[in-house]
Design a protein around this ligand. Structure first.
Ligand code: IMP
Length: 425
């Protein structure tokens, strides 16, 4: 049995991780978020009900499964409390099964202010962030001036830390951005209220995870965003501010690298991206519009329309390598049902993989065309029932990337999947 399974995105996020995590959680004892914050939007569709989660692990909809938010996640307490209240209002028991790392950095109101002011100041060069304060919160963590969840729980310590850090950020807000500084008392009082709400859920998550491993439990590590948004390996600077690749599952939770038994890389059968930055296979024609329409490509967090394009095998192969992917899960295969011809990018027209956005802009993508199947694959649950052309697409993905396809998602519902090899087995 694979004791620790990592599920992560191999593209620019929005690969359908939430649905797959929810599905695999049937067998898991715990689900762990280890990076990112409420910039993520994980959509789960169960029957007629749609739930969008931003911070709380996608395991929360399965009774009895423990959910952890690890030290690598940046937490906006207001967003977390709102999500807890919404889930509890619809009958989900959250507070007895959610554990929040005391070592996790807090996204404070000035981080959100700074994120939005900076994006505005950048104008047409904006990164297109989600405006949630993610980048500034990670900056404070690395600068060793950040407030952590544990600090929130100690009013005197919080007062001391906040006094210093707020003075620092207010200086920038006021004198660099010419904007209104934040009032200490407002920020402090709000933080104390939020701390009281979450106090009972805060714990030593790393210790608890090791305890679960010691008793033979199975852990599911839920990644957010995708490999090409990784701060080191993505299309820098058009990236998020965390490592979205598999190493984060260890550093962002306190597991060791050797505890990870299996990495499931999720890829759509095509590609999407929200926000600015390079996107080699982006389509501006009818095919792009068809992908957007059939795939309902709008951001779960910001509602922004996603840019759409063909599957980029060059980038996918790199993602397989940097994550050490054990098996791939191809999602939204059914979105391609209507296409006469399907293309996949097999070369960038140059040897080396681009290291940064400016190099990505120079590449000349080359494509392989495959015949479409032009029939419905929606809801198919066994590989043998797939049209030969769809199987051929999966074969090309396997051959090019060197990673086996272990799962295929054929629709948004929990039961619309083909499981070739179960990552949890
Ligand atoms: P930030 O994470 O809000 O700083 O945004 C940085 C970049 O990551 C922007 O291009 C966002 O659109 C993108 N991003 C952040 N979170 C997600 C996500 O969950 N899905 C897709 N893109 C994301």
């Amino acid at each position: 049995m694979n004791k620790t399974v990592v599920v992560l995105g191999t593209q620019w996020g929005d690969e359908g991780k939430g649905k797959i995590v929810d599905l695999l959680t049937e067998k898991a004892d715990a689900v762990v978020r280890y990076q990112g914050g409420h910039n993520a939007g994980h959509t789960l569709i169960i029957g007629d009900e749609k739930t969008v989660l931003h911070l709380i692990p996608s395991g929360i909809l399965r009774d009895g499964v423990k959910c952890y938010i690890g030290n690598g996640v940046v937490i906006e307490p207001g967003a977390l409390i709102k999500e807890i209240n919404q889930l509890e209002a619809s009958g989900v028991d959250v507070q007895s099964r959610l554990f929040i790392s005391k070592a996790a950095p807090v996204i404070m109101p000035y981080h959100i202010t700074l994120d939005q002011l900076r994006e505005k100041a950048k104008g047409k060069d904006a990164i297109g962030t989600t405006g949630r304060g993610i980048g500034p919160a990670y900056e404070d963590k690395v600068a060793r001036r950040g407030i952590r969840i544990g600090d929130l729980l100690d009013p005197a310590l919080l007062k001391e830390k906040l006094t210093q850090v707020l003075a620092y950020h207010n200086f920038v807000i006021e004198h660099y951005h010419n904007s209104e500084p934040l009032a200490f008392e407002d920020v402090y009082q709000k933080a104390l209220e939020q701390a009281d709400f979450i106090r009972g859920m805060c714990s030593d998550v790393t210790g608890q995870l090791h305890q679960q491993l010691d008793q033979g439990d199975q852990l599911l590590m839920e990644g957010a965003q995708g490999t090409l948004l990784d701060i080191d390996h993505g299309t820098y600077p058009f990236v998020t501010s965390s490592n979205t690749t598999s190493g984060s599952a260890a550093s962002g939770s306190g597991l060791g690298a050797t505890h990870i038994d299996y990495v499931l890389g999720i890829t759509k059968a095509y590609t999407t991206r929200v926000g600015g930055g390079p996107f080699p296979t982006e389509l501006f024609d009818e095919d792009g519009a068809e992908l957007a329409k059939r795939g309902v490509e709008f951001g779960a967090t910001t509602g922004r329309a996603r840019r759409c394009g063909w599957l980029d095998l060059v980038a996918l192969k790199r993602a397989v390598q940097v994550n050490g992917v054990t098996g791939l899960c191809v999602t939204k295969l059914d979105v391609l049902d209507t296409f006469e011809t399907i293309k996949v990018c097999t070369s960038y027209g140059q040897e080396a993989f681009p290291g940064a956005a400016c190099e990505f802009e120079k590449i000349q993508p080359e494509y392989q065309s495959l015949p479409g199947w032009q029939s419905s694959t929606r809801g198919i649950t066994d590989a043998a029932s797939l049209p030969a052309q769809a199987q051929a697409l999966l074969d090309v993905i396997e051959q090019y990337t060197g990673a086996p396809v272990h799962m295929v998602s054929t629709g948004p519902d929990r039961c619309e999947n083909i499981i070739i090899k179960d990552p949890m087995a």
